[in-house]
Design a protein around this ligand. Sequence first.
Ligand code: IPM
Ligand code: MG
Length: 357
Amino acid sequence: MYKIAVLPGDGIGAEVTAQAVRVLEAVGRRFNREFTFTEGLVGGAAYDAAGTPLPKDTLELCLASDAILFGAAGGPKWDSLPAHLRPEAGGILSLRKELGLFANLRPVMVFSSLENASTLKPEVVAGVDLLIVRELTGGLYFGKKFREKLPDGGVRAVDTLEYTANEIDRIVRVAFDLARKRKGKVTSVDKANVLESSRLWREVASAVGRDYPDVGLDHMYVDNCAMQLVKNPGQFDVLVTENMFGDILSDQASVLSGSLGMLASASLGGRTALYEPAHGSAPDIAGRQLANPIASILSAAMLLRFSLDMGKEAGCIEKAITDVLNLGYRTADLMEQGKTAVNTVEMADLIIERMLG
Ligand code: IPM
Ligand code: MG
């Protein structure tokens, strides 16, 4: 019996997570596995109910579970709260930090039926299969930050970007270990022509690379990487980078797969691993069953593979998604002429049907 903590959070988080849970239940039926799902409050929803975006109960639930399925955090309703009470900093970022989840894996795969769904030319995106390894508990997100009033009546805001060599070493090793099981190529992304933290990043990445003579390593500036991702994404296997660089590059890379609604993620390295779609709470479409649940469902597949050693079960989910897309079903974010539009629940129904059928 496996214990899954389910933290739907805000906006479309609740809608998509509900469908990922249904898919896991289908895995249970098909493969005779037993899961228990326990819901916890997080983000704005938790602030409204309990006055804090990360209640102690939620953290305890996470620590007592085998894996965490997370939805999304944030929304305009909570945008004017002080930083530590906001769903983002106080909710998901604190959760990542508290659990020690320093390694965020964001696979960008292009399903062949979606080669035309991208705004980029099909020949550019065809066959793309890359993995962004984003450092998740350090860097610009977690450096010292403050505001101060200036003597002239003005105001100054400060964010800082800090890394220790150890923090860099451990995330780069994750990238190399994964590359070894893939195409054997790591691209370390930095801004070493300007930033001191990036110069250290580059040194450490090169040193780690010497422990992996079988894996190729190159270094790329983040601005160039942003360009290469849309110009020739097929060149990449595993990218490893600083927290904020990874945040930005992963949204950009999601367009290769057709939509941010296709981008799953796994956050590893801590006490209990967390799985979440890379998209946010999308308040503009929340509550209307318009969201694409596939990023959340693919995150559930990653949960099975990484936390529960259920590769076959994960593969069954991925195959069902491939089939449903091949049959031409699309949520609004992926809709093209000649395809069949479905909503959040219908997309999950179709996936489950294929899994059990
Ligand atoms: C992501 C999201 C979060 C992040 C936000 C919601 C804080 O954009 O997971 O990429 O910036 O990490
Ligand atoms: Mg992001």
